[in-house]
Design a binder for this molecule. Structure first.
Ligand SMILES: [Zn+2]
Length: 551
């Protein structure tokens, strides 16, 4: 367990910020104190890293709702509450209706048998002799030969071998396949809920060594088999927190920041490389942006200009693949056509005192941005690095995909990124105050422009592509729960576009390699080099089609 800060550290911290805040105006001091209070609450161990769908996320959502209420803005979530809830796909699970009964013995799930994650959901009753492979009955298959043949083959994939056998068996009339392993070669088989391989047509079961000894010792005996496989989706619920200032204006400015973080790193997105279970407090990522969002709500409530309405969204599920913002843009409580632009703040708490530079992304998403930034240039005490792209690894991408101009504020990566050490005491609160004021000045300057026109920008490549020589030029949809890689965006002039792939297509095979999951897709990509050609199999709607890409 990671202990976040001691009392003495807290004391030193409050003294040093007190000295600094002497130079600030009274109103600014109050904002800095508020930012500290918000980050201190959100990044406390009590919230256990605010993982989407956990109690820590709920406590954070309650806090943000209370703060929105205190700011005097109105709820704009489901049924006029603060929350907009959505389901998060959490892999597959074996439901309790699953059973295997052999000669009246109810086998124990996991210790005696388990279905494989690509098994079909079906019920079967049959009297069967193990040694016979009869049509209409389950077949028993020993993995001994295939395991021994391939025990020195590093490219051997047992799941793929089983799937091939299951497809061949189904074609010959087997009603189910019951695998076991009588060899000394370990099979390492298990039910893997994160596996996204497509289901085969018949149930596929593995019987453990225990079950094999107990029930399969006599090959010529007839067995009574009752089998039911029931595999379902595991789901958890995340919630966006949504508040609104209705100024009766025609257009609405959306301000957003994700408030979820990694929890203990259960979803595999931590960069902490030890086995010790630690809370990831996510002070910069993104308690900092959430704190800024709350303060912007309270300040925009008091401004006199009524040119825009303002919608504030604290997103959940961002760390899983922008789930919350995607859900929002598909289920918006306001007409997205009336959205003027969206401002996203993700990691705004580490303005570095020596480099004094922030990154602002999305400048290319409207021809008006450069003018607006010129008008606010004198109002900042730091440097700005501009990036034109409307996409990137945070929630503004979801709005850009709906043809809405966006801006993305970011103070940069650091060594505590996605580690338990991203803590409260490392945030530059006066720096964050400067950014907050800068954002207010941009909103103010934009009021003269009216509704901003949208412009398309280049796509930012997926971050993993740098490791490989080749890329397809697609943005995958990380929230897609089906088998394959769903295309969420396509870069102009890149291999995928040249091959005729479109947004919405699901890539299921690249060359000889299946691309059932993100891992499989990246593995497949790593097999090619520049200039190579590869067949791409993909689904468009219900059709499966094939094309060829050249890398
Ligand atoms: Zn993050």
């Amino acid at each position: 367990m990671f202990t976040r800060r001691s009392f003495s550290l807290l004391l030193i911290l409050s003294i040093s910020s007190f000295v600094f805040s002497q130079k600030l105006k009274k109103a600014d001091k109050a904002v800095v104190a508020n930012l500290q209070a918000h980050v201190s609450f959100l990044a406390d161990d009590k919230l256990e890293g605010r993982r989407a769908g956990t109690n820590g996320e709920k406590l954070a959502a309650e806090y943000i709702s209370q703060q929105f209420k205190k700011a005097g803005i109105q709820p704009k979530g489901d049924n006029n509450t603060w929350l907009q809830s959505f389901e998060i796909y959490d892999g597959k699970q074996v439901n309790s209706a699953t059973h295997l009964i052999i000669n009246g013995n109810d086998l124990k799930l996991n210790s005696e048998y388990f279905p494989l994650s690509y098994s079909a959901n079906k019920s079967i009753e049959a009297a069967v002799t193990m040694a016979l492979l009869e049509g209409g009955a389950p077949w028993f298959i020993d993995l001994k030969d295939v395991l021994e043949e391939n025990k020195d083959n590093p490219h051997f994939d047992l799941d793929q071998a089983i799937i091939k056998k299951a497809e061949a068996g189904a074609a010959k009339g087997a009603s189910a396949l019951m695998f076991f392993n009588s060899s000394q070669v370990p099979d390492n088989l298990q039910f893997s809920g994160k596996n996204k391989l497509e289901s085969v047509k018949i149930p596929v079961i593995f019987l453990t060594g225990d079950a094999r000894k107990k029930y399969l010792s006599d090959e010529s005996a007839t067995m009574d088999i009752k089998l039911k496989v029931d595999i379902g989706n595991k789901q958890r619920t995340g919630s966006n927190v949504v508040g609104y200032i209705d100024n009766g204006a025609a257009n609405t400015v959306i301000l957003g920041a994700h408030y979820d973080h990694l929890g203990y790193g259960e979803d595999g997105n931590s960069l902490h490389r030890t086995n010790e279970r630690s809370i990831h407090n996510g002070a910069d990522d993104n308690a900092s942006g959430t704190a800024a969002l709350i303060e912007l709500a309270s300040q925009l409530k008091t401004v006199k200009s009524k040119t825009n309405n303002y919608l504030f969204i604290a997103f959940s599920g961002e760390e899983l693949g922008l789930n919350g913002s995607k859900y929002f843009t598909e289920h918006s409580p306001i007409d997205l056509k009336t959205v003027n632009y969206m401002i996203n703040m993700d990691m705004v708490g580490r303005l570095n005192d020596s480099s004094k530079t922030i990154t602002v992304g999305g400048i290319g998403t409207s021809p008006s941005w450069s003018q607006i930034f010129k008008a606010t240039d004198k109002k900042k005490s730091f440097n700005v690095k501009f990036d034109s792209s409307g996409t990137g690894p945070s929630d503004h991408s979801s709005f850009y995909r709906k043809d809405i101009p966006v801006l993305f504020f970011f103070t940069g990566l650091h060594t505590d990124y996605h580690k338990p050490s991203d803590d409260f005491n490392k945030i530059n609160y006066t720096g964050e105050l400067q950014i907050l004021k800068y954002i207010l000045s941009i909103i103010d300057a934009s009021a003269k422009t009216g509704k901003l026109a949208f412009a398309k920008t280049r796509e930012q490549q997926m971050s993993t592509s740098a490791r490989f020589g080749v890329t397809m030029g697609i943005m995958p949809d990380y929230t897609f729960s089906g088998s394959g890689i769903k295309v969420d965006g396509i870069s102009e002039g890149r291999p995928a576009q040249k091959a005729g792939l479109q947004t919405g297509d699901v890539i299921i095979q690249l060359g000889e390699h299946n691309t059932s999951s993100m891992e499989a897709y990246m593995q497949a990509l790593s097999k090619f080099k520049k200039g190579d050609k590869a067949k791409v199999k993909y689904k468009r709607g219900n059709d499966v089609a094939e094309t060829e890409v050249q890398f």
